[in-house]
Design a protein around this ligand. Structure first.
Ligand SMILES: *Cc1c(COP(=O)(O)O)cnc(C)c1O
Length: 356
């Protein structure tokens, strides 16, 4: 490796975060959500550390097959189901549980010829208005699916739009209760936020994603500060140059930062082509040589600049933590107007990623 940037995935932190989920939802089984290449951590790299889970949930058929080929024998849930009927033979072959959210999927299941019945998750739209049957359609859809020989175990599923808010699940839960009145069936409702903050929504299977990776479902690190969750991904690099500015001099493209007085700044080998958010403004937290400091000016494609005022000892080769154990990914995301989810998914392939 020539360029000093590296992303590391902490396997112990993944294991630890899964145990935190167990403690939070002791009566439920756990779908560990590893969609989007395990939220950017690498599914092949990450799943062994989560092997104590009850199942893995994701949405690419390719990712599901990879898990099977690597030896995972327990359940796999396709969160968005199949995208086309011709995928059904693969669902059958690899024994994948499928979400069913639309009538065309019910029809395709009826017409399929699996070797053995397929387990399904019937998805109801409780207010997100993204995927799922309208609550009023549920009794009819449930009956239709239940009558199919091709269908095995059935579970009722919904996904919350605002589970990070105190009252965010009241209306969706009421809609689900009304839609499923009289149905004695397994249920799976809870994402990370509901797993942490709404035990009444835990039911049979919880579906945490972001908290397994040690970031906040609300976008605010303070909200999970007392949860015991540990950051899993670190993005680290080094200073590759140092500049000394005179008062009034600008930094970087557009000269968006100007020094009031003489100032030492460092140049970090990390830019937006590595996945660091270009929208991160001056003042975004960063740690240089063990000291918390801030970014300066516009993030470039391959570099960004940092204030060395609080760390005069730092120089070329000094260690830089862009996010990780000390600089919370949620804080970097917050400064850039996004969420930790996006940053962890956005680390680009040119950044070497290693398990530690
Ligand atoms: C992504 C996803 C989850 C996990 O969400 P987090 O907020 O990361 O916990 C759960 N269920 C469904 C259907 C999802 O798409």
């Amino acid at each position: 490796m020539s360029r000093p940037i590296v992303a590391t995935v902490n396997g112990d932190a993944l294991r630890h975060n899964l145990s935190i989920v167990r403690q939070a939802a002791p009566q439920s089984r756990i779908w560990s959500v590893v969609k989007a290449n395990a939220y950017g951590h690498g599914i092949a790299r990450s799943w062994p550390a989560l092997a104590q889970t009850d199942g893995f949930a994701l949405l690419n058929l390719e990712e599901a097959i990879l898990l099977r080929e690597q030896g995972w024998k327990k359940p796999i849930l396709l969160l968005e189901g199949f995208f086309h009927p011709d995928e059904l033979p693969l669902l059958d072959r690899y024994r994948l549980t499928t979400s069913v959210h639309s009538n065309w999927q019910v029809k395709a299941l009826a017409e399929a010829e699996p070797r053995a019945p397929l387990d399904v998750y019937v998805k109801v739209n409780s207010g997100m208005n993204r995927l799922g049957f309208a609550p009023a359609q549920l009794p009819n859809v449930w009956q239709k699916l239940r009558a199919l020989d091709n269908v095995g175990e059935m579970t009722l599923m919904t996904h919350f739009a605002q589970a990070e808010q105190e009252e965010g699940i009241v209306t969706p839960l009421a809609r689900m209760a009304q839609a499923s009145e009289g149905l004695q069936v397994p249920r799976s409702y809870a994402n990370s936020a509901a797993t942490l903050w709404h035990p009444q929504a835990h039911h049979d299977w919880v579906r945490p994603g972001i908290i397994l990776y040690g970031a906040s479902p609300s976008g605010a690190w303070q909200d999970i500060a007392s949860s015991g969750l540990k950051p899993v991904m670190s993005l680290e690099s080094e200073l590759i140059a140092v500049q000394t500015l005179a008062a009034g001099e600008g930094v970087g493209y557009g000269q968006r930062y100007r020094a009031d007085a003489g100032q030492r700044i460092g140049v970090v080998a990390c830019g937006y082509a590595d996945g660091y958010p270009r929208h991160a403004p001056t003042g975004t937290p960063v740690r240089v040589d063990g000291v918390l400091t801030r970014t300066l000016g516009t993030v470039s494609m391959d570099m960004l600049m940092v204030d060395l005022t609080p760390c005069p000892q730092a120089g070329i080769g000094s260690h830089v933590e862009l996010w990780g154990d000390n600089v919370k990914i949620d804080d970097v995301a917050g400064a850039a107007g996004t969420v930790g989810y996006e940053l962890m998914c956005a680390v680009t392939p040119r950044v070497p990623m290693v398990l530690r």
